[in-house]
Ligand binder design. Structure first.
Ligand SMILES: Nc1ncnc2c1ncn2[C@@H]1O[C@H](COP(=O)(O)OP(=O)(O)OP(=O)(O)O)[C@@H](O)[C@H]1O
Length: 258
């Protein structure tokens, strides 16, 4: 059984005088450990789709099922972790306190969680700065702290909404490698929204290209094994990378000009 099933999802936004078909008949599945990117021109419904999977909005039609559970209001939201463009770390809390926020909110904070926070900080290479405050960290370090805060709750699915887009290019490349390696190590599934074709290629098992008005799946690109077996930075240097980039670029450009 897939971890996530998106089944014939449509979403329309209504105003007093008009309505927008944001998504139309979207279906796909995501397996444990799989990484899917949602790519497409502005306004094709990427954020709407992520919000529906997150259970933040109910689709006009269709359903999403996470781990066999289609009740989006109940506890299954707790099975998801988020990494967003902004890290949303609380500036008045230390990095360790920020990492422990989820367990505290879920009332699962005990001595074992302190140990787990220590381990998570080690995993993201921030073991020496648990007592520092977010303002004392670089953008990349802050995003790594945000990742530790997400992973400590042991989410089944990670929803990544342009998590690298506010970072400088070198930091973004380093973080792509870092996140990719950590997700593989923990066998986590992830859904990434991005505008960046190259990022989608090097991070994903599959890319869902959406077309706008209405937002429909235009094409699903499956990434070849030779790229998936490489860390993202090395995948960018592989001969297959340019071939796939050209193919996706051509399709996406056609959507942007149509
Ligand atoms: N709350 C809303 N009310 C009305 N229309 C909306 C609302 N949110 C989004 N839309 C419309 O739905 C469509 C899809 O929007 P969405 O933000 O999901 O696209 P997107 O692909 O994430 O865009 P971008 O890449 O620019 O962030 C767009 O036409 C948008 O104008």
């Amino acid at each position: 059984m897939p971890l996530l099933t998106v089944n014939q999802v449509s979403h329309h936004y209504y105003s007093k005088t008009d309505y927008t078909k944001a998504l139309e008949n979207i279906s796909f599945t995501l397996d444990q450990g799989e990484f899917i990117s949602i790519l497409g021109p502005s306004g094709c419904g990427k954020t709407t789709l992520l919000s529906i999977v997150a259970g933040l909005i109910s689709p006009t039609r269709g359903e999403t099922i996470l781990d066999g559970d289609s009740d989006r209001k109940a506890g299954n939201k707790a099975h998801m972790g988020y990494m967003l463009q902004q890290d949303y770390l609380f500036p008045w809390k230390t990095i360790k306190e920020n990492v422990l926020l989820g367990p505290k909110i879920n009332k699962k904070h005990d001595a074992s969680m302190d140990q787990r926070a220590k381990k998570m900080l080690e995993e993201v290479g921030l073991q020496d700065i648990g007592d520092s405050y977010p303002d004392e960290l670089s953008g990349g370090m802050r995003q790594r702290a945000a990742l530790a805060r997400t992973l400590i709750t042991e989410p089944k699915l990670l929803l990544l909404d342009e998590p690298f887009s506010a970072l400088d290019f070198q930091t973004k490349l380093r973080l792509e490698d870092f996140v990719s390696q950590l997700l593989k190590q923990y066998n986590k599934a992830a859904l990434l929204v991005t505008h960046d074709i190259s990022e989608a290629i090097v991070m994903s098992d599959r890319i869902l290209l959406l077309k706008p008005r209405p937002g429909e799946i235009q094409e699903i690109f499956k990434m070849p094994g030779e790229l998936r077996n490489l860390p993202p930075f090395q995948a960018r240097q592989h001969p297959s990378f340019q071939e796939i980039f050209d193919e996706v670029w051509k399709e996406m450009s056609a959507l942007e000009t149509s």
